[in-house]
Design a protein. Structure first.
Length: 130
């Protein structure tokens, strides 16, 4: 993804059921003996989830590359490069040779071909990514 720092892998695992190792199924607290074990479990779960997501993103990037010849837009290559290089791209992206209406049609076609996903869930301002 081109990030300078490692992606936090502990935070998404804070509510994982495996971390309930204390009495009565409660989460381990920093002052308890089970806390170190819980942190190691959270790191392992987070790393496994990160690897799964990376594999999914690699497959989606390959699918995106495969549909480029099916696109008739002259700016499709640049849009695909932005999708692969960025976390998310605005649905009204305007670049040389692509108006915001053309961009909207291009992203609709990419969604139709199952090459990208709409991430925002909104109709007025859409954000797309792999």
């Amino acid at each position: 993804m081109g990030w300078r720092r490692a992606v936090p892998i502990l935070a998404p695992q804070i509510h994982a059921p495996l971390l309930r190792s204390g009495p009565e199924g409660r989460r381990a607290r920093p002052d308890s003996d089970a806390f170190e074990r819980a942190v190691f479990i959270a790191a392992a779960l987070g790393a496994a989830e990160a690897c799964r997501l990376a594999a999914d993103m690699a497959a989606q990037a390959q699918r995106l590359g495969a549909v480029v010849p099916k696109l008739r837009s002259t700016a499709a290559g640049e849009v695909v490069d932005r999708l692969v290089g960025d976390d998310a791209v605005s649905g009204t992206l305007t670049i040389r040779n692509l108006s915001r209406w053309g961009s909207r049609r291009l992203f609709d076609r990419l969604v139709e071909l199952d090459a990208v996903r709409e991430l925002s869930g909104r109709t007025a301002f859409r954000v797309y990514g792999i």
